[in-house]
Design a protein around this ligand. Sequence first.
Ligand SMILES: NC(=O)c1ccc[n+]([C@@H]2O[C@H](COP(=O)([O-])OP(=O)(O)OC[C@H]3O[C@@H](n4cnc5c(N)ncnc54)[C@H](OP(=O)(O)O)[C@@H]3O)[C@@H](O)[C@H]2O)c1
Ligand SMILES: *[C@@H]1O[C@H](CO)[C@@H](O)[C@H](O)[C@H]1NC(C)=O
Ligand SMILES: *[C@@H]1O[C@H](CO)[C@@H](O)[C@H](O)[C@H]1NC(C)=O
Ligand SMILES: *[C@@H]1O[C@H](CO)[C@@H](O)[C@H](O)[C@H]1NC(C)=O
Ligand SMILES: *[C@@H]1O[C@H](CO)[C@@H](O)[C@H](O)[C@H]1NC(C)=O
Length: 295
Amino acid sequence: MWKKIFALFIGVLVGYWLIDDFNPDVLKGKRVVVTGSSTGIGEQIAYHYARMGADVLVTARRENILKQVVARCKELGAQDGKYFYKAADMVNMSATKEVIQEAYNRLGGIDILVLNHILPIPLGMWDGSPQNLTLTDKVVDVNFKAYVHLTSHALPHLVASNGSLIVVSSLAGKIGQPFTAVYSATKFALDGFFGALRQEFKLKGCEVSITLCVIGLVGTENAIRGLRDYGQHFLLAKLPAETPSDTALAIIKGGARRQREIYHPYISIRVMTFLRDWIPNIVEYINRSMFTVPP
Ligand SMILES: NC(=O)c1ccc[n+]([C@@H]2O[C@H](COP(=O)([O-])OP(=O)(O)OC[C@H]3O[C@@H](n4cnc5c(N)ncnc54)[C@H](OP(=O)(O)O)[C@@H]3O)[C@@H](O)[C@H]2O)c1
Ligand SMILES: *[C@@H]1O[C@H](CO)[C@@H](O)[C@H](O)[C@H]1NC(C)=O
Ligand SMILES: *[C@@H]1O[C@H](CO)[C@@H](O)[C@H](O)[C@H]1NC(C)=O
Ligand SMILES: *[C@@H]1O[C@H](CO)[C@@H](O)[C@H](O)[C@H]1NC(C)=O
Ligand SMILES: *[C@@H]1O[C@H](CO)[C@@H](O)[C@H](O)[C@H]1NC(C)=O
C-alpha cells in the first residue's frame, strides 16, 4: 500500500518535472528589451525571442556589434518582426532613461524587460587597494544601480501591459564566490531589491512578474577567458559549462511562465542553493575547492 503511494508520488513528481508546458506562441508580438545583448547570453536571448515572433530592442555599448545582432534577428524572425538597437553605457544613469524611452517609442510599449548586462572585469582577490575601490564604484553602478534605474523608467509601461521583469543573476548571487567579491555583492543586491519589489507588487495587486535567474557556469567568451586568464584550469576542466543558447532559452521560459526564480543547470544549482542555509561550510567548501589561487 505505502509502496504504491510512494511510487505514485515519485511518478507524479518526475512527470511534473519532465512536462515542458512552454508554448513559444505566447511570446508572439511581445515587445521585449534585452540589455547586454551584443554578446554572450543576452545575444542568444535576443535571437530566441526573434525566432518566437517577439519584437526586440537590444542594447549594449558597442553600436557596430548591435547592428549585426539586429541583422541576425531579421534573418531569424518573422517577416513583419521589428528589431532595433540603442547603444548606451550603463555606467551613466541618464542613458538608462534614454534606452527605455527609445524602446517605448520604437516598440509602442514594453511587455518584457530582460536585465542581463554586466561589466566584464578580471578575476582577482579583493585586497582593498585604491584600484579595487575605484572598480567597486563602477561595478556597483553598472551591475546594480543601472538595473534599478532601468526598472524604474520601465515600470509604468510594464504595469500597463501586465508585463514581466527578468533579472539575470548567478550562483554567485546566492553563495559568495572567491575572486569575484564585488560581482557577487551586486548579484546579492539584485536578489534583495527585486525580492522586496515583488513583495510590494503583491501588496499593491500589481500584476508585473519578477523572475530571478540563478545560473551556473556558462561558456560565453568573456566568462571562459576570464577564468583562463586567472589560471582557473582546474575549474574549467572539472565543471561542465552550459551553452549560452540553452541558458538563454531557460531564462526566456522562466519569464514566460512568470516563475519566481529559475535555476540553470537545474539540479546542481538547486541543490547548492537549497543546502546553503543548512550546511554553509560544506557548500562553500565544495565551491571553493573548484578554484585555485594563482601563483
Ligand atoms: N557566463 C557565465 O558563466 C555566467 C554565469 C552566471 C551568471 N551569468 C550572468 O549572465 C549574464 C550575461 O553574462 P555573459 O557571460 O553573457 O556576459 P558577456 O558575454 O560578458 O556580455 C556582457 C554584455 O554586457 C554588455 N556591457 C558590458 N558593460 C556594459 C556597460 N557598461 N553598459 C552597457 N552594456 C554593457 C556587453 O556589451 P558591450 O561590451 O558592447 O557593452 C555585453 O553585451 C550576466 O548577468 C552574468 O552575471 C553569466
Ligand atoms: C550620459 O548619457 C547622456 C544621455 O545619453 C549623455 O548626454 C551624456 O553625455 C552622458 N554622460 C557621460 C559622462 O558620458
Ligand atoms: C585589487 O587590487 C590588486 C592590486 O592591489 C589587484 O592585484 C587585484 O587584482 C584587484 N582585485 C580586483 C578584484 O580587482
Ligand atoms: C492586466 O490585469 C488586470 C487584472 O488581472 C486586467 O484587468 C487587465 O485587463 C490586464 N491588462 C492587460 C493589458 O492585459
Ligand atoms: C562554484 O562557483 C562557480 C562560479 O560561479 C560556479 O559556476 C559553480 O557552479 C560552483 N561550483 C559548484 C560545485 O557549486
